[in-house]
Every structure is written in C-alpha cells, then in structure tokens.
Design a binder for this molecule. Structure first.
Ligand SMILES: [Zn+2]
Length: 102
C-alpha cells in the first residue's frame, strides 16, 4: 500500500515558500489539486537508460485542475517523508545555486 500524502503539510509548505501569486504559469488560474499519492522520478542511469526499476526521488505532485500543468516537490527535501538511511557514497551533497539576477 503506497504511503499517503499529508496534503495539509504540502499546503502549509506551499503557503510558506511560494512567494507571489499562486497562479498556474500556463492558464493563470488558481485551482490546484494536491495529489494523495506520491509520484516518483527515476534516477537516470546511462548504462540502463530505459530500465524502469531502481532508486527514485519521491515527489509530492501538484496539478492545475484547469489545464493539467503539473509540478513536483521533493518529498524528502520538503520534509513530507523521512529520508532513508543511505550509505555516505550514495547520499547527495547539498549545493548552493547562484542567483545571477543580483
Ligand atoms: Zn493551469
């Protein structure tokens, strides 16, 4: 049985971090659906590019109910799911991305 999304946590997270108008970038409505099941993004492996089993990034899925535009939040980074214990060599290192606007 898949673990259900606590949609109130996703809603709180969006309201805390989403700055500006919370409208869809495609149709400009504010009509979001917080999916109750986590999605997943497969980890890319050049040796097996079309192999669909293996590690994934767990994602909270947010969909515009008007046009279908969909975006994701990494459920572990956002704190919706507890990260699994990983060997140090497997864990990703945090990286600061420069903002070139300033
Ligand atoms: Zn839309």
């Amino acid at each position: 049985m898949p673990e259900e999304v606590d949609t109130s946590k996703v809603s709180d997270h969006l309201n805390r971090f989403w700055k500006g108008e919370k409208t869809c970038p495609i149709c400009r409505t504010n009509n979001w659906l917080l999916e109750k099941q986590y999605g997943s993004l497969p980890v890319f492996d050049r040796q097996k590019p079309f192999y669909m089993a293996g590690p994934v990034y767990p994602l909270a899925v947010i969909t515009c109910k008007t046009c279908g535009y969909t975006f994701y939040l990494n459920a572990m980074i956002a704190g919706f799911l507890k990260p699994p214990e990983l060997p140090q060599a497997t864990a990703s290192a945090p990286v600061k991305v420069e903002d070139k606007k300033s």
